[in-house]
Design a protein around this ligand. Structure first.
Ligand code: P1T
Length: 384
């Protein structure tokens, strides 16, 4: 049995990596090189001619992530936004994209304020409404882009149902699987054409690398994406690829604990009088809890909650926390908290924020893997 055909934890540790052929080194070396000596012009080892095009450390990470998502091909980028940009580069002026209405602020900005200037029409749709989604397709729709759970409102979108709509109309479905992680949800198995990650988050897991990835099963799509990856050159350096390879070896145990801690905190917040609304896909009160149970094996480490006061109340709560740090980003072993309205989603137009319920009193928790009693104690002292 090869690493590629084994179970998740074995693949996390071994897929894409063999002891280094030159030395037997167990860990994939950091091939810190820009170029490679050729025996004769145009005759190089494997596909290694220049590190923008290919690098052994990056190649190992690309194969590892492809395996974790149940794909055949992986491509890595210098950031999650760099990965998204590679997909958007596949479009031409006049094409239309259906974009999930609740996405990371930077995703919204890339689609609506960069690509709109290049003649791409972006239509924002609530993808939890399947009938409304079906109506949003036109003959020009080439791509549907979604996150699930979404950032920051944690809506859960039925990937298989959206995939059926896309297949019937010849549009690609790209799923940003950053919040769910490959441990909890595999969009390719549910019919997605492309999976995207901000590997800055759970894949990296330690808040020390910015990175992105695209994974697919389809060779023709992969070739198109790889062409743009090489042409644009938003690739990660070998040191970052090494750090990410080190991280994927523990992703299954980290994510397990993130889920366990988040479930306990979500239940605690739900019973707390200072929080008027708690959104967590694992709670029975979540509007798409049934879809979450169907397509995820657990419910992740992200919680969004509304405080009873406004911005000033939320600000005081955040400032008083001692273990949670106030910071953008998520998915690291340490707990973070933020205010989407003035931090991660400040670039989303206020009308759209209001429509989605991104109010001033909303706070987003990235629950880490500390002792959960300490995290709950920290929140209690801050609320006290
Ligand atoms: O930051 P970068 O690696 O470029 O990834 C962008 C990105 C893509 N997709 C999702 C779902 C994301 O959450 C992000 C980045 N998000 C944050 C920085 C944040 O705090 O929400």
């Amino acid at each position: 049995m090869s690493a590629e055909t084994s179970r998740f934890a074995t693949r996390a540790i071994h897929a894409g990596q063999q002891p280094d052929p030159a030395t037997g080194a167990i860990m994939t070396p950091i091939y810190q090189t820009a170029t490679y000596a050729q025996k004769s012009p145009g005759k190089f080892v494997e596909d290694f001619d220049y590190s923008r095009s290919s690098n052994p450390t990056r190649k190992a990470l690309e194969a590892n992530l492809a395996s974790l998502e149940g794909g055949k091909f992986g491509l890595c980028f210098g950031s999650g936004c760099g990965a998204m940009d590679c997909v958007l580069h596949q479009l031409s002026p006049g094409d239309e994209v259906i974009l999930c209405d609740d996405v990371y602020g930077g995703t919204n900005r890339l689609f609506n304020r960069v690509y709109d200037r290049h003649g791409i029409k972006v239509v924002l749709v609530d993808l939890t409404d399947l009938a409304g989604t079906e109506k949003a397709f036109t003959a020009k729709t080439r791509l549907v882009w979604l996150e699930t759970p979404t950032n920051p409102m944690l809506k859960v979108i039925d990937i298989a149902a959206i995939s059926r709509l896309c297949k019937a109309r010849g549009a690609w479905l790209a799923v940003d699987n950053t919040f769910a992680t490959p441990v909890l949800q595999n969009p390719l198995a549910l019919g997605a054409d492309i999976v995207c990650h901000s590997s800055t988050k759970y894949i990296g897991g330690h808040s020390d690398v910015v990175g992105g990835a695209l994974i697919t099963k389809d060779e023709a799509i992969h070739e198109k994406l790889k062409f743009v990856q090489n042409s644009v050159g938003a690739v990660p350096g070998p040191m970052d690829c090494f750090l990410l390879l080190r991280s994927t070896k523990t992703i299954h145990v980290r994510v397990e604990r993130h889920c366990e801690n988040a479930m306990k905190i979500a239940r605690h917040l739900e019973a707390h009088k200072r929080f008027t609304r708690v959104i967590y896909p694992g709670l029975e009160s979540h509007p798409q809890h049934a879809v979450a149970k169907k397509q995820m094996c657990k419910f992740g480490g992200m919680i969004t909650a509304e405080m009873d006061g406004g911005l000033e109340d939320a600000r005081r709560f955040l400032e008083r926390l001692k273990i949670f740090s106030i910071a953008e980003s998520l998915g690291g072993v340490e707990s973070l908290i933020e205010s989407p309205a003035i931090m991660t989603h400040a670039s989303v137009p206020p009308e759209q924020r209001a429509k989605l319920g991104i109010t001033d009193g909303l706070v987003r928790f990235s629950v880490g893997i500390e002792d959960v009693e300490d995290l709950i104690g920290d929140m209690e002292q801050a609320l006290g």
